[in-house]
Design a binder for this molecule. Structure first.
Ligand code: E4P
Length: 215
């Protein structure tokens, strides 16, 4: 299972890389806006340190605009994945860009049929947003299960990125389902490292170590 960080924050990415837990990065306009820096400088910083796929999102709403923007984004690095919203225009853009060899991450996917359309258009990745579905009382993980089943039925090579992750249980359940990738906020990755019994156990070991004669 690949771990992507869902962030535009370079410090979080560096920390995650040091932990060996960053196989790639996903960004979106909201995450970029949080950094209070220009889009160019955020992208430059990320691409300087991340070797795996880095999703950069287009903001045009027409297929023509998305293709033009996507090509510019893709020219910034061989590992750039063009992130395109799941709309009719987005599908047209995905077809064109994937046909020209560019990797596309179809984002804002909320139904299994949207994922099927994206895979048929040639997307390399689809991003079902599970947290936002949970927020409106739909089971986000059920969507992931259905998308994985459909892709398996037809042997689509499109990878499923479990997105809009809110807590470690999302990671656990996505892993149990065999999702290809999960993209998570840095906070969720940090939470996954911790367990109260680890802290208690470590304190006891350190306290007992002090009692051991050193010579
Ligand atoms: C995915 O690629 C998106 O950037 C992200 O997961 C959206 O998450 P949110 O629902 O927390 O905004």
């Amino acid at each position: 299972m690949k771990f992507f960080l869902d962030t535009g924050n370079i410090d979080e990415i560096r920390e995650g890389l040091e932990m060996g837990m960053v196989d790639g990065v996903t960004t979106n306009p909201t995450l970029i806006a949080k950094e209070k820096k220009s889009f160019d400088s955020v992208v430059e910083e990320i691409l300087a340190v991340v070797e795996g796929p880095v999703s950069l999102e287009v903001v045009s709403e027409t297929a023509e605009g998305m293709v033009e923007e996507g090509k510019k984004l893709a020219s910034r690095g061989a590992n750039v994945v063009v992130k395109i919203p799941m709309t009719t225009e987005g599908l047209k853009a995905t077809k064109i860009l994937s046909g020209e060899g560019m990797a596309v991450n179809q984002t804002l996917v909320f139904s299994p049929l949207q994922a099927l359309l994206a895979a048929k258009a040639g997307a390399a990745y689809v991003s079902p947003f599970i947290g936002r579905l949970d927020d409106v009382s739909h089971d986000g993980m059920e969507l992931v299960e259905q998308v994985l089943a459909i892709f398996d039925n037809y042997a689509f090579e499109c990878e499923v990125i479990v997105a809009s992750v809110r807590h470690p249980m999302h990671v656990l359940n996505a892993a149990l389902l065999g999702a290809d990738v999960i993209t998570m906020p840095f906070g969720v990755l940090s939470q996954m490292t911790r367990h109260p019994l680890t802290d208690v156990g470590l304190q006891k070991f350190l306290a007992d170590w002090k009692k051991v004669p050193k010579r």
